[in-house]
Design a protein around this ligand. Structure first.
Ligand SMILES: Cc1cc2nc3c(=O)[nH]c(=O)nc-3n(C[C@H](O)[C@H](O)[C@H](O)COP(=O)(O)OP(=O)(O)OC[C@H]3O[C@@H](n4cnc5c(N)ncnc54)[C@H](O)[C@@H]3O)c2cc1C
Length: 239
């Protein structure tokens, strides 16, 4: 296997056009490649500046999870801090988690930030929404979002060998037509999300969310959502 380390977007485009497979920290692919065989050409984005940004409104696809600190909104920082073990977080990347893993602990956080993805194609870089990233698995260069007014994240404790633990993320954004509350939940392997507008009252917000895909959540998961929203809106002075 030849590993290319492009240092510019145009070089990365060339690698992709030559059929290079993206690789992050190899925490997932290594075992599969050892079993099924290695690709001829792979490409790591770790030397590409555009894929290594960390800021209040952006995060690169090649950023290693344990580099995600208070520069990004808490919801994303806390999501990264709860992925796997310290050893996994020292190696695994944002791109590998969002595009390549089935657990995707970062996805609910990215959804409530209303993040957009910058994806690399042989023709160039373009913006895509997260549902497309999950469905089509393009090369993720970076995420961008608008800074939220407030946000929260919780991952329940999991049982060894059991189903993935519940993840609940939420964020409030100041929109032109009022504050918008976004909530995303990973329940099992499924990620559901919804939003409610003009949030001034906790019960009103919850009733708005019930009318979205989140309304399908089982009662126990809904209680975790309720408590997080009460804390998030209560902390901002909502009734
Ligand atoms: C012990 C253990 C515990 C874990 N626990 C959790 C957990 O609690 N929560 C959770 O969410 N995940 C968990 N994971 C999964 C972990 O998040 C992934 O291993 C990791 O995110 C994969 O990242 P990586 O950079 O190593 O990807 P790689 O193994 O390098 O790649 C994985 C896949 O992603 C693709 N890929 C990599 N980078 C990009 C990119 N920039 N654009 C497009 N595709 C790309 C690769 O082509 C490959 O198909 C765990 C993993 C382990 C081993």
């Amino acid at each position: 296997m030849l590993l290319r380390l492009p240092t510019s977007v145009s070089e990365a485009r060339e690698c992709l056009a030559e059929g290079a497979v993206p690789i992050g920290g190899a925490t997932l692919v290594w075992a599969t490649w050892q079993r099924d065989g290695f690709p001829e050409l792979a490409m790591s984005l770790r030397e590409l500046p555009e894929a290594n940004v960390v800021g209040r409104r952006t995060l690169g696809g090649a950023v290693v999870l344990n580099r995600i600190d208070e520069r990004v909104p808490d919801v994303l920082r806390l999501a990264a801090a709860t992925v796997g073990t310290g050893a996994v977080r020292r190696t695994a990347t944002v791109g590998g988690n969002l595009v390549g893993s089935t657990l995707r602990c970062l996805l609910p956080a990215a959804l409530v930030l209303d993040a957009r993805a910058m994806v690399l194609e042989p023709e160039g870089v373009r913006e895509a929404d997260l549902s497309e990233v999950v469905a089509k698995r393009p090369v993720l260069l970076s995420l961008r979002w608008r800074e939220p007014v407030a946000c929260a994240y919780r991952k329940l404790d999991g049982e060894a060998g059991g189903p993935p633990p519940l993840v609940v993320s939420s964020a409030v954004h100041a929109d032109d037509d009022g504050d918008r509350l976004r909530v995303a939940v990973r329940d099992g392997y499924e990620v559901l999300s919804g939003s409610a507008l003009s949030v001034t009252d906790v019960e009103e917000a919850l009733s708005g969310l019930r009318g979205t895909a989140l309304g399908e959540l089982p009662a126990a998961s809904w209680e975790v959502v309720r408590s997080q929203i009460a804390g998030l809106l209560g902390g901002r002075g909502a009734r």
